[in-house]
Design a binder for this molecule. Structure first.
Ligand code: AHR
Length: 327
């Protein structure tokens, strides 16, 4: 049966992996050390380098899959092109790595290459994003609950703006990616029955540059009628700030802005009063992924899904959180 793992049912990794002797929760901790055994070769197929969140995630993965922790990491960034990513996974299989970790650019198109990995006896772990496909084809997923992030963002909009006529534009993430799909579903569910109307919704590919360009288009088309922007990540929201200011409008006041990720730059925009609400998506998944790979290769049972815990921030909360922000 084909079914995408939904993040909500997951166990927190600390509980399950503690039982295997590897302690860390999804989104925190440090990967356990090498222990003097054989070096574990892991191929990591990253999406690309589209956002601040992605940079933090890549750093977390590289730190956790370090030589000090007993790994040799073969890293590939696919420039957000699904075909590049599938080619990278095939190359990992051909190189005979011990395990493969994938942050899938999009949810579809995975069956053939995952079957090839399974036939080669190479375990696959998904990190960050989920896929549509049989869950038999991978051992575990570690990431954030994108639908819940969208719901949290939408609940803020419903509470603060839902009882008056509000015109919203949306900057979507990469088309076909799990966060773009699930955040939209969660947000739309949360604003059902309110007076928030979606004027337009287009992809900004999770990048600042595209966030700016698409927002410029929205402003040309809808001008001052826009009251609310939901940007599915901080970077697109940050790009949109330039477009909004260039149009002579004040972000956070003329147009209220909600974003997701809560990177340092996103929280700084909230602390400056330019973002009104920011929902966290924790990128520090490396230690849990590394411990999970080690447990799988040691023949231990691992949870099928481990979900990081995410907070959310008003401007005041962002100000308080900034000094200790790790990404
Ligand atoms: O998959 C997580 C998303 O991908 C982050 O929200 C976004 O910034 C990134 O590029």
């Amino acid at each position: 049966m084909k079914k995408r793992i939904l993040a909500g049912f997951a166990l927190i990794g600390a509980m399950a992996l503690a039982a295997t002797g590897c302690a860390s929760g999804a989104g925190g901790g440090t990967a356990s050390g090498g222990g003097g055994g054989k070096v574990i070769t892991v191929g990591f197929a990253q999406t690309g380098s589209e956002s601040g969140w992605r940079s933090a995630n890549t750093e977390s993965m590289k730190d956790a899959f370090s030589a000090k922790n007993g790994f040799k990491l073969i890293f590939n960034a696919a420039d957000n092109k699904p075909e590049n990513q599938i080619a990278a996974v095939r190359s990992f299989i051909n190189q005979g790595v011990d395990a493969i970790v994938i942050a899938p650019v999009v949810t579809t198109g995975w069956d053939d290459v995952l079957k090839e990995a399974k036939d080669a006896g190479i375990p696959v772990v998904l990190e960050d994003r989920t896929i549509d496909g049989s869950s038999d084809l991978y051992k575990a997923w570690i990431g954030d609950d994108f639908k819940k992030e969208g719901e949290t963002a939408g609940a803020w909009a419903a509470t603060n703006l839902g009882s008056k006529a509000t015109n919203m534009v949306v900057l979507e993430g990469t088309t076909g990616s799990a966060p773009a799909i699930d955040r939209a579903t969660g947000f739309d569910d949360a604003i059902k029955g309110t007076q928030i109307k979606t004027l337009d919704s287009q992809t900004g590919n999770f990048t600042r540059a595209d966030g700016k360009t698409v927002m410029e288009g929205f402003l040309q088309k809808y001008g001052k009628t826009i009251n609310l922007l939901f940007a599915q990540n901080d970077d697109m929201g940050l790009g949109a700030l330039d477009a909004i200011k260039a149009a002579g409008l004040t972000p956070g006041k003329d147009i209220q802005i909600i974003t997701i990720d809560a990177t340092h730059d996103g929280l700084q925009a909230a602390a400056n009063g330019e973002f009104n609400y920011v929902v966290e998506c924790n990128p520090l998944l490396g230690p849990t992924v590394a411990d999970t790979v080690k447990a799988i290769l040691a023949g231990k049972d691992v949870p099928k899904a481990q979900t990081a815990t995410d907070a959310s921030f008003t401007p005041e909360q962002a100000k308080a959180a900034l000094p200790d922000r790790k990404y």
